[in-house]
Design a protein around this ligand. Structure first.
Ligand SMILES: [Zn+2]
Length: 165
């Protein structure tokens, strides 16, 4: 069957950012499983997969606008060192999670530490690490099936590679 809204799709994929260096990939025998039309993967990739069948292989370049969005300069913030827990040693590249006003997780990356007149300042970036990047996917459709009513109701895939409950 062809991939369409409500299809459960198993996907082998690898991702690079234009230089061929793979930064993310599914493990052999452990595909990414998602429901088409539920915004569970980036929009540009979801669109290109529409209509494909099991066995199809595609190389897809996804622009930032169709991927994780453009990087927002406002996402980069300067946080006084004293607002971090005592004993915490910030270092460039650290991936951490702050808590938003409603307790929602806000992941960020430490970009560096600067000394200023007010003391040490930690430069943090709340942008998605892939914001502003063109995503180069190499995808193979492993399996396509219709979602069950229950899966559509829950908005996620059940079974060996999905939710268990
Ligand atoms: Zn469920």
């Amino acid at each position: 069957m062809k991939i369409g809204k409500g299809s459960v799709v198993s996907l082998q994929y690898s991702l690079h950012l234009g230089d061929g260096e793979v930064i993310d990939a599914s493990e052999p025998g452990d595909p990414l499983v998602y429901i088409q039309g539920e915004s569970q993967i980036v929009p540009g990739l979801e669109r290109e997969l529409e209509g494909l069948e099991a066995g199809a292989r595609r190389q897809v370049a996804v622009s930032p606008a169709d991927g994780y969005g453009e990087a927002d300069p406002g996402g980069i913030q300067r946080v006084p060192r004293r607002e971090f827990p005592e004993g915490f040693e910030p270092a460039e590249g650290m991936e951490l999670v702050a808590q938003g006003p409603d307790g929602e997780p806000l992941p960020f990356v430490v970009k560096g530490v600067e000394r200023s007149l007010e003391g040490e300042v930690v430069i943090v970036d709340f942008n998605h690490p892939l914001a502003g990047k063109t995503l180069h996917f190499d995808v193979t459709v492993a399996e396509v099936r219709a979602a069950t009513e229950e899966e559509l109701e829950h908005g996620h895939v059940h079974g060996p590679e999905g939710h268990h409950h």
